[in-house]
Each structure stands twice: as structure tokens, then as C-alpha cells.
Design a protein around this ligand. Structure first.
Ligand code: NDP
Length: 486
């Protein structure tokens, strides 16, 4: 029989008794010198960290990305340098609105995040299961999220707030159509696509930029619950996604997604009939066909959910040479706000946590602060500032500069609706649905409107009429069936 290690305190002192506190007598009271008890209770008090304001409930796993097609003409990123090349990665899927204890199978947009540990640093793809989002200007994000969260007085979710906001923000209706469609309630994380959603850029070895969108297509097939089925599922288990994803991987049924991209040249972007950097719009496939790139496979469950999934910190600012940003205004704001959220939630040096550490050499001069176990990562204790004349100390690498981006216009608060048609793409999506999908779309939308004042519904319905009169009529008929006044 193997000998068990002796239990210790966090400082390594052996613990003689882990069942009984130290007391003045058998009836107590306890002694303050029982630092082992104090350590235990103090740790328990600190087991929680702030949950994410959005995307609080999540599920994830680890895996591999394998290149299947050559896209070196578009990007010099080493992750794509060779067919067959494999890169370790970790994923986290999530709902947006619910808190950390929310039921998994609620109708909601799903977060779809992947961190690729490349030899040139971590590349994070922090997307959703939808190719678009509710807003095209980050000014609108905090207010939008407030409408999805709890009312400050009732502490309940508020359909009135949601529809008040959406009816005054018609650019949201493309995403709302996806949310209320079948794909707004996937059965499991395996049964949905992932999308980078934003436009990013690729830089190739000749330092030429093209614009790119990322699509992760499920190989498990799309599968959804109706509202009634989701309600039944939640009645059986609140942890449907965790059970499905964790269980599939434990059983050796490794889920896979095919990575595809759409590419647009800078010249095409200048002449596109829509703003290619507008997060409420897709790029039509017929104009920008999908190009296959590789496969993501999730094949290992985390050994510790908290250490590997809850504290995994994804940020769209984590890019690698050959992959970069675009003018997309919402992306620009997320570049700041995601890393900022992690610094608040996990600590300044959150990327020193094992799950966030790049698997390549890291060299920086950041000093001190919470969780800084190693000090500046310069390889030399004298090199704690920059520039310096110390041989071998890290220096900037000018060859990594992106090509300059030509800008035009005047810096101002441009009206984000000017020149934008908010109806054309939801119309194309509505046209894609068959009769059954439309009927469910109308009834899901109408159900979400229960309790909303008629004046708000009238404005919302006027937008649906502009998408397609049949869309507006379908929701009105469903509202009538539910006896909702509009
Ligand atoms: P296409 O017919 O070429 O592509 C349709 C896209 O819609 C496919 O990516 C498909 O994904 C997806 N799709 C199919 N059925 C549904 C559904 N029931 N709910 C949501 N998505 C679905 O058309 P376009 O490229 O011209 O786009 C038309 C509309 O399709 C857009 O306005 C947009 O709303 C939606 N769409 C477009 C995407 C794009 O990147 N162009 C991506 C996703 C949706 P899959 O292959 O996985 O079935």
C-alpha cells in the first residue's frame, strides 16, 4: 500500500489533526492560536472571485487545432504555417445574461471563446454562436446589458426594458431574429457554430493586409430545443451543457468544429455596399465565399474547473503576428475592456496563471502588482526598465509592425445609423427560414413580449414590418394567440 503524504498548511507545516479544533476544554472555547482552523476558514471565505458581469455561466474543455488547408497567401501567422500542424487550445462557451448559477438551457446568445497557445503567443478568438451582435457602437453596450440583466427594483429580468431598448435600436433586430430563431436555444455547446463575429485582419509575409471573418462550423450538426422543450430540460437539470460537454469528452466522443474564413481585400472593403466593419452585419457568402482552414477538436476535460475554465481569461487583444484588428468600433472597445475585466476579476498579472500563460517565451518589463510571482520577465535582474544598454535584454522588434492603415474623414461622434440599412440582412435571414422555423420565430418573439406595454410593441412591430410585412404579421398573430395587447 502506498504511503499517503502528510496533510500540511499552505506554508507546508504538517497538520496533526484535521478533525478537531484546539480548545481550552472539551466544551470549548477555541484558542486563537489554532492557526490551522483560521487558515481553513479564511480560505473558504475567499473561495469566490467576482463572476463575469456578462458570460458568467460557462463550460469548457481543452483540445487541439489542426491545419487542413493552406492559407499562407493571407496570413503569416505560424499557427497556419503548415498543413497538419497542431496547436494546443482551450475553449469556453457561455450564456450571456444569466448569473453563474443560471440554468444552461435558457434561450440566450452563447459565448464561444477559444485560446490557441501558439509558438508566437496566445491567440484568443472571443466570439459568439451568432455572426452578428445587437450593437455596432460600444457606447451602447453597458445600457444594452443593463436591459438584459435584473431590474434594479424588482430584481427580475425585464421584458419591458429589453423591448424598449430593442425597439429604439433597430440595428439589434438582426441579432434578435437569430436569438428568437431555432438557433437561439442550442441543445448543447456541441450543436452550435462559433463566429469571430468581428472583422479582423490578416497580414501575410509580404506585409499585405486583408480583412477576415472567422467561422467555426459544428461537425455535430445543429440541434435545438423549443421554448417548451428547454423548459422541460431545465426542470430535469440546470446543468444540461456541463453534463453534455463533460460527458461527451469523458466518453471519448470528441466534438469538432471546422474553421472556415471569409476574406475581403482592402479595395473590396472600400467599395462594399455595406460597412464591412459593422458588427450587426454579415458578409454574404456568395460574395465572400467560405474558405476551409482546419479543425478544432476538444478532447480533454479540465482537471479543475475553477483553475482551467473559470479563470481562463480570453481577450480579443490577444493576437499574434499575422492576425490583427480592424476599425470595427465594438472590437476596438473590447480590446480594452476584456483585459480590463480580467485585471479586475483575477488580478493584474492574470496571465501568469497556468491556464493563461503563453507556451512560448515571454519578455516584458511590467513590475510588481497582484500575482506577480516572477518580476519583470527580462532574464536579467538589472534589466527592469527599457530602453537599456544591457546585453541580451528584451528589445522591441520593429519587423512586427502592422502595415499602416489609411484613414479618411473627420474625428467626430458619427451617427452610427447614418448610411446603414438595419432591415436588409434580417430580411435575408427571415427569407432563409422554412415555414416551421418562421412559426417558431414568431411565437418565440411573441412570448418574449408578454407583459410589455403596447406602445413599445407598436414601435417594435413597425420595425418588423420593415424587415418583411409577413414577419410583422406573424408576430401579431402569435401575440393575438397569447392574448397580448399591442
Ligand atoms: P447563405 O445562404 O449563403 O448562408 C446562410 C448562412 O446562414 C449559413 O452560414 C448558415 O449556417 C446559416 N443558417 C442557415 N440556417 C440558419 C438558421 N436557421 N438560423 C441561422 N443561421 C442559419 O446566405 P448569406 O451569406 O447571404 O446570408 C443570409 C443570412 O444568413 C444573413 O443575413 C444572416 O442573417 C444569415 N447568416 C449569414 C452568415 C454569413 O456569414 N454570411 C452566417 C450565419 C448566418 P450553416 O452553414 O452553419 O447552416
Amino acid at each position: 500500500m502506498s504511503k499517503c503524504p502528510v496533510l500540511t498548511t499552505t506554508a507546508g507545516a504538517p497538520i496533526a489533526d484535521n478533525q478537531n479544533s484546539k480548545s481550552a476544554g472539551p466544551r470549548g472555547p477555541l484558542l486563537l492560536e489554532d492557526y490551522q482552523l483560521i487558515e481553513k476558514l479564511a480560505h473558504q471565505n475567499r473561495e469566490r472571485i467576482p463572476e463575469r458581469v456578462v458570460h458568467a455561466k460557462g463550460w469548457g474543455a481543452l483540445g487541439t487545432f489542426t491545419v487542413t488547408h493552406d492559407i499562407r497567401q493571407y496570413t503569416k501567422a505560424k499557427i497556419f504555417s503548415q498543413i497538419g500542424k497542431q496547436t494546443p487550445m482551450i475553449s469556453r462557451f457561455s450564456t450571456v445574461a444569466g448569473e453563474a448559477g443560471a440554468a444552461d438551457n435558457e434561450r440566450d446568445v452563447r459565448g464561444f471563446s477559444m485560446k490557441f497557445y501558439t509558438e508566437e503567443g496566445n491567440w484568443d478568438m472571443v466570439g459568439n454562436n451568432t455572426p452578428v451582435f445587437f450593437i455596432r457602437d460600444p457606447q451602447k453596450f453597458p445600457d444594452f446589458i443593463h436591459t438584459q440583466k435584473r431590474h434594479p427594483r424588482t430584481n427580475l429580468r425585464s421584458p419591458t426594458a429589453m423591448w424598449d431598448y430593442w425597439s429604439l435600436s433597430p440595428e439589434a433586430l438582426h441579432q434578435v431574429t437569430l436569438l428568437m430563431s431555432d438557433r437561439g436555444c442550442p441543445k448543447t455547446p456541441m450543436n452550435m457554430n462559433g463566429y469571430g463575429s468581428h472583422t479582423y485582419s490578416f497580414i501575410n509575409a509580404d506585409n499585405q493586409r486583408s480583412w477576415v471573418k472567422f467561422h467555426f462550423k459544428t461537425q455535430q450538426g445543429h440541434s435545438h430545443y423549443t421554448n417548451a422543450e428547454a423548459g422541460e430540460k431545465i426542470g430535469q437539470t440546470r446543468e444540461g451543457y456541463q453534463e453534455a460537454l463533460f460527458g461527451a469528452i469523458e466518453a471519448g466522443n470528441f466534438p469538432k468544429w471546422t474553421l472556415k474564413i471569409q476574406v475581403m481585400t482592402e479595395a473590396e472593403a472600400n467599395s462594399a455596399p455595406f460597412n464591412p466593419f459593422d458588427l450587426t452585419k454579415v458578409w454574404p457568402h456568395k460574395d465572400y465565399p467560405l474558405i476551409e482552414v482546419g479543425v478544432v477538436e476538444l478532447n480533454r476535460n479540465a482537471d479543475n474547473y475553477f483553475a482551467e475554465i473559470e479563470t481562463a481569461a480570453y481577450s480579443p487583444s490577444n493576437t499574434v503576428p499575422g492576425i490583427s484588428f480592424s476599425p470595427d468600433k465594438v472590437l476596438q472597445a473590447r480590446l480594452f475592456s476584456y483585459a480590463d475585466a480580467h485585471r479586475y476579476r483575477l488580478g493584474t498579472h492574470y496571465e501568469s496563471l497556468p491556464v493563461n500563460q503563453p507556451k512560448c517565451p515571454v519578455a516584458h518589463y511590467h513590475k510588481d502588482g497582484t500575482m506577480n510571482a516572477l518580476g519583470p520577465r527580462t532574464g536579467n535582474p538589472d534589466a527592469y526598465y527599457e530602453p537599456n544598454s544591457i546585453a541580451g535584454a528584451p528589445q522591441q522588434g520593429s519587423t512586427y509592425a502592422d502595415p499602416p492603415l489609411a484613414l479618411s474623414g473627420a474625428a467626430d461622434r458619427h451617427n452610427h445609423r447614418d448610411g446603414n440599412d438595419d432591415y436588409v440582412q434580417p430580411r435575408a435571414l427571415h427569407a432563409l427560414f422554412d415555414d416551421g422555423q418562421r412559426a417558431r420565430l414568431y411565437s418565440n418573439t411573441a412570448e418574449s413580449m408578454i407583459g410589455v406595454p403596447a406602445r413599445i410593441l407598436q414601435l417594435a412591430l413597425s420595425h418588423y414590418d420593415q424587415i418583411d410585412p409577413a414577419y410583422g404579421a406573424g408576430i401579431r398573430a402569435a401575440l393575438t394567440r397569447l392574448s397580448v395587447a399591442f
